[in-house]
Design a protein around this ligand. Structure first.
Ligand SMILES: [Cu+2]
Length: 329
C-alpha cells in the first residue's frame, strides 16, 4: 500500500509521521462516512412508512448524549495533540543545522549556501543532515513546497520565514511554488537533489569558489561603510556586532528582543524600528540599496561574528575581506 503512486516518495524524517496522521484521518473519515450512509439506508428501509405503524416520541437519553459528546471529544483531542506534536517538530529547526538562504521571485528560486555556492531552481543537499531554509521573497508571496519531504512554508516579501528538513534518501525531488504568484506560477518549479555525503562534498568543492557567504557579506559590510560605525576594537557610533546574534538586545524603549535573522534584517532595512538602548537612531536605512541576496550575505556575516560554540573550529571573521565585494544586481 505504501508504494502506491498516490503518495509522493517519503524522503525526510517527518514524512512518515505526517503520512501516519493523514492516513489515520482518512481512515477515520472514511469509516464515519460509511457508517452514516449505511445507517441512513438501513433506517430508511427499516422505519419506512407502513400501515399500522406509528412513530413514537423519545424524550432524551443522557447515556446517548454523553456517548456522542465524549467519544468524539476524546478522538478530536487525540488528533489535536498528535497534530500539534508533528507541527512543533516541523516548526522547530534543530540546532546546528546547515543553512541555505533562499530568495524567491517571479518566477524562480534562488539559493545561497553558506559555503558560497549559488543555485537557481536547483538545490543540492546532503542526505542525513538537518537543513534549515531561511527564506524571503523579493516581490510577492510564494510558497516553498517539497512533497517528498512533506514540508510547505510560505515565503513572504519583507521578512524571513524558516523551514527545515532532514533528507533520508538520495534522489531528485520536486520543488513547487504552492502560492499563486502570477502568470508563470505553474512554471516556478525546481529540483531538490539529495546526495550522499561524499558526493555532496565533491559537489561543494567543485564549481566556482566564491568564498563563503559570510565572506561576501564582509565585503559588502566594508563597501557600504557599515564598518565606519560598527567597529570591533572600540565602541564606535554603532554597537559592536560581535556576539550580537541570538542574544537578547535591550532597546531604547525598554523592550528586549532576541537578535534573530529577522531582527538583523530589520536593523539594516528599518533601523529606526528598534533602536538599541544607549544609541542614537543615526543609522541610515539600506532599503533599496542592498538586494535580497546582499542582505542575506550581511545577515550571514553578522551571524559569523559570533564566537563559535565550544569545541567547534574557526574564529569570527574580523579581518578585512579577502574577496571582492559583489556588485549590486
Ligand atoms: Cu511563486
Amino acid at each position: 500500500m505504501f508504494d502506491l503512486p498516490l503518495w509522493p516518495p517519503r524522503a525526510s524524517t517527518t514524512a512518515g509521521s505526517v503520512d501516519a496522521l493523514f492516513i489515520f484521518l482518512l481512515t477515520l473519515c472514511g469509516f464515519m462516512a460509511l457508517a452514516i450512509f449505511t445507517m441512513i439506508i438501513v433506517f430508511a428501509i427499516r422505519y419506512r412508512r407502513r400501515p399500522g405503524h406509528q412513530a413514537e416520541q423519545i424524550e432524551g437519553s443522557n447515556a446517548l448524549e454523553f456517548t456522542w459528546t465524549f467519544i468524539p471529544l476524546g478522538i478530536f483531542l487525540c488528533i489535536f495533540v498528535w497534530g500539534a506534536y508533528i507541527y512543533f517538530q516541523e516548526r522547530t529547526p534543530p540546532r546546528g543545522a546547515a543553512e541555505v538562504y533562499t530568495v524567491a521571485k517571479q518566477w524562480m528560486w534562488k539559493f545561497q549556501h553558506v559555503e558560497g555556492h549559488r543555485e537557481i531552481n536547483e538545490l543540492h543537499v546532503p542526505v542525513g543532515r538537518d537543513v534549515r531554509m531561511i527564506m524571503t521573497s523579493q516581490d510577492v508571496i510564494h510558497s516553498f513546497y517539497v512533497p517528498a519531504f512533506r514540508i510547505k512554508q510560505d515565503v513572504l516579501p519583507g521578512r524571513y520565514t524558516v523551514a527545515w528538513f532532514h533528507a533520508t534518501k538520495a534522489g531528485t525531488y520536486h520543488l513547487f511554488c504552492a502560492e499563486y504568484c502570477g502568470t508563470m506560477h505553474s512554471g516556478m518549479i525546481g529540483d531538490v537533489v539529495v546526495m550522499e555525503p561524499a558526493q555532496y562534498e565533491a559537489w561543494l568543492s567543485g564549481g566556482a569558489a566564491l568564498g563563503s557567504l559570510a565572506n561576501t557579506g564582509q565585503g559588502i559590510f566594508q563597501s557600504l561603510g557599515c564598518s565606519t560605525c560598527h567597529r570591533f576594537d572600540t565602541q564606535g557610533r554603532g554597537p559592536n556586532l560581535v556576539g550580537v546574534f541570538g542574544r537578547p538586545v535591550l532597546l531604547e524603549d525598554g523592550r528586549t528582543v532576541i537578535a534573530d535573522e529577522n531582527y538583523i534584517r530589520e536593523s539594516i532595512l528599518i533601523p529606526a524600528a528598534k533602536v538599541v538602548s544607549g544609541f542614537k537612531p543615526i543609522m541610515p536605512t539600506f532599503q533599496g540599496i542592498v538586494s535580497e541576496e546582499q542582505l542575506n550575505a550581511l545577515v550571514a556575516y553578522v551571524k559569523s561574528l559570533n564566537p563559535p560554540p565550544a569545541g567547534a573550529a574557526g574564529t569570527p571573521n574580523l579581518k578585512p575581506p579577502t574577496s571582492q565585494p559583489e556588485t549590486n544586481r
